[in-house]
Design a binder for this molecule. Structure first.
Ligand code: SAM
Ligand code: SF4
Length: 317
């Protein structure tokens, strides 16, 4: 469907849970989430209904996210249902990877086409610090498991954090030489409660091209990342700049949160509820949400924070 600014909206990000087994400092508070009652969250049937409704409006790409989607007990059957939805041509999932050793094969069998795995550092102590509880080994084992399960074009998502991992840009980029994976550096977004990062943490994507002058620019692939390759590398490096150079003109997505709110824009507080609706009503709300997509999300910076009024684990990224 075409929105009010001529953009074709064909990508749905559905957050399947707010819960997570990690507590990344930029994403959610240390004490986790104030657990909502089951009655407030979308059921699996409602999620599948919302996916069908979205597909009827022209959505062809679906990403399941969270919180951590793999902590959801019924995630494999949800993926199967999503993959079988007529009109959905690409089913992707974003995960911290730690539960992939157990789930990579069932997810592949259920019809998941692509995985994005989050990894901000290659150092054990820093991984423990940024996730407040995770073990680097588990995330690396998850990447191995995804590879072994036959997932292709795996993407690693790295949030760029000044003073934390900017010194690791070359080491992280080297992963694209060793493995056929794409690595994407994403600028840190100033969310409602994204930890106690000071202004120095919000560094622009250009830091990567400064640290890696040998990067060769590649043509875009229709996504939001500016693409590069290290000479001779198997995988690509993508730079995603939601803060320093927004890509709202190319925005093709709509989001649904686990508690059933359609978000026309990641950084706006505007939300429309689909909880408790039937498929026809959901379709109409989704249509309204697409028409309510703003032209852009306004300035984002350390002092001008996202207006979303939610942390990232309650949206999905
Ligand atoms: N738990 C899964 C994971 O970590 O991949 C999926 C949900 S997580 C909210 C989705 C993505 O959002 C992750 O790649 C994470 O690094 C990113 N993210 C979370 N908070 C962010 C922030 N403040 N700025 C930029 N990216 C953020
Ligand atoms: Fe959990 Fe993902 Fe947020 Fe980290 S980024 S706390 S893994 S939801």
């Amino acid at each position: 469907m075409i929105d009010s600014f001529g953009r074709e909206i064909k990508y749905l990000r559905l957050s399947v849970t707010e819960l997570c087994n990690l507590r990344c400092r930029y994403c959610m508070p240390e004490d986790g989430v104030c657990k909502k009652s089951h009655a407030q969250m979308l059921t699996q049937e409602e999620m599948l209904m919302a996916i069908r409704a979205a597909a009827s409006l022209g959505i062809t790409k679906l990403r399941l996210t969270g919180g951590e989607p793999l902590v959801k007990p019924n995630i494999v059957s949800l993926c199967r249902g999503a993959a079988e939805t007529p009109g959905i041509r690409e089913l992707c999932l974003t995960t911290n990877g730690t539960l992939l050793p157990k789930l990579a094969i069932p997810l592949k069998d259920a019809g998941v086409n692509r995985l994005n795995i989050s990894l901000d550092t290659l150092q054990e102590d820093k991984y423990r610090f940024i996730t407040r509880r995770g073990e680097l080994r588990e995330a690396l084992d998850g990447i191995e498991a995804a590879h072994a399960a036959g997932f292709e074009r795996i993407k690693i998502n790295t949030v760029l954090i000044g003073g934390f991992n900017d010194d690791e840009i070359p080491a992280l980029a080297e992963l694209t030489r060793r493995y056929p994976i794409d690595l994407r550096f994403i600028e840190l977004m100033p969310m409602y409660d994204s930890g106690d990062f000071g202004p120095e943490a919000f560094i622009p994507y250009t830091v990567v091209t400064e640290k890696l002058p040998m990067l060769e620019a590649l043509p875009g692939d229709g996504g939001v990342a500016k693409l590069y390759r290290l000479p001779g590398a198997q995988g690509r490096i993508g730079l995603i700049s939601p803060v320093s150079a927004h890509f709202c003109a190319e925005c093709n997505r709509i989001r649904i949160t686990a508690d059933g709110k359609v978000k026309p824009c990641l950084h706006s507080s505007d939300e429309l509820s689909i909880k408790g609706l039937n498929e026809e009503e959901m379709t109409e709300v989704l249509r309204q949400a697409i028409l309510r997509k703003p032209q852009w999300h306004g300035v984002l910076s350390y002092s001008q924070r996202s207006q979303a009024n939610r942390n990232m684990n309650q949206i999905g990224g």
